[in-house]
Ligand binder design. Structure first.
Ligand code: RIB
Length: 334
């Protein structure tokens, strides 16, 4: 296997010059650069990426921090991020803030020390202090799902409040009158915005009952558990809006076990638009986020930050959600 010395020898230049060509740091005359590149090709020389990273403090890798890799929303997002990153020559390192948090590993330090070029943080669970710490390290960050006012951090998000309104308006439009909400965790702003959309819409038509709201945690289990407790207390509920699709899967399972017909007895709508919603019967209506676009835009934004080509006027982008009506809300009631 050819070494950097072989390349230097064949090109008639020093090892330092070859290194400058590989790492593109420092002046090298155009002819010398062409000569070195030809020698590298002839010798089939492959630069050692680890050594290169150490020299450059650049690894052409981006970290993606997600809160829960078992929630299909995040792998779907990761797919978009990986596809787009690959098209720019970057690879992705995936890390879950939840697992690392539990094990008390300082994953932020690990990322910083690995010379990650940039971070896409899709976890709302990360404390503001940690985000500030990352910012101070100088590593470019793009946040997903965070509040627009997060200090100077580029962010991509959807209009969660409008999504909450759309979900409830849709349930009302098919005749639901007693609509429950299984929210996401209330310390997460996406959950709060969806919840506010629910409250405001029902208040306008005087159908708001605070007791029909329960706090979930975005998992199937919390969809199941909260449905049992809701139906036990309020058997006449005729519509449920869950703050994500995974909880809607749990709701559907619980409703079927309780002998309820969906949508005839109870209509159901989730949020996210993950493919799992179409893998079961009846297929689940949802407020779909443009998951692929979110991931792809995040990478474009991050790379422009890394390359200092960022448009500072457009620090955050808010994308629209859309109603996808499926079988769980198909019945028009009177
Ligand atoms: O399903 C997980 C949820 O967490 C998604 O709705 C996403 O927007 C985040 O808030």
């Amino acid at each position: 296997m050819a070494t950097i010395r072989d390349v230097a020898k064949l090109s008639g230049v020093s090892v330092a010059t070859v290194s400058r060509v590989i790492n593109q740091n420092g002046y090298v005359n155009k002819d010398t650069e062409t000569k070195v590149r030809k020698s590298m090709e002839l010798l089939k020389y492959k630069p050692n990426t680890v050594a290169r990273a150490l020299a450059n403090k650049k690894t052409e890798s981006l970290a993606l921090i997600v809160p829960d890799i078992t929630n299909p929303f995040f792998p779907e997002l990761a797919k978009a991020i990986e596809d787009t990153a690959r098209s720019f020559g970057y690879s992705i390192i995936l890390t879950s803030s939840e697992v690392n948090g539990d094990k008390n590993i300082n994953y932020l330090e690990i990322l910083i020390n690995r010379y990650i070029d940039g971070i896409i943080c899709s976890s709302n669970e990360i404390p503001e202090a940690d985000i500030n710490h990352l910012q101070k390290s100088g590593i470019p960050i793009v946040a997903l799902d965070r509040a627009v006012n997060s200090k100077g951090i580029a962010s991509i998000r959807v209009n969660n409040y409008d999504g909450g309104i759309m979900a409830v308006q849709h349930l009302l439009s098919i005749g639901c009158k007693k609509i429950a909400h299984i929210s996401g965790p209330f310390h997460i702003n996406t959950s709060l915005e969806r919840y506010r959309g629910y409250v405001d819409t029902l208040e306008k038509v005087q159908l708001f009952h605070p007791s029909l709201i329960v706090e979930g945690d975005f998992t199937i289990e919390s969809g199941i558990k909260n449905t049992y407790s809701l139906i036990e207390k309020y058997p006449d509920i005729d519509g449920i809006f869950t703050a994500n699709d995974l909880m809607a899967v749990g709701v559907l399972k619980a409703l079927i076990r309780l002998g309820k017909k969906v949508p005839e007895d109870i209509a159901l709508i989730g949020f996210d638009g993950i493919t799992l919603g179409t893998a079961i019967e009846p297929e689940i209506s949802t407020i779909a986020q443009p998951i692929y676009d979110i991931g792809s835009l995040a990478v474009h934004k991050l790379i422009s930050l890394i390359k200092n080509q960022h448009n500072t006027e457009e620090i955050s982008r808010e994308l629209e959600v859309k109603l996808v009506q499926r079988a769980t809300t198909s019945k028009i009631k009177n």
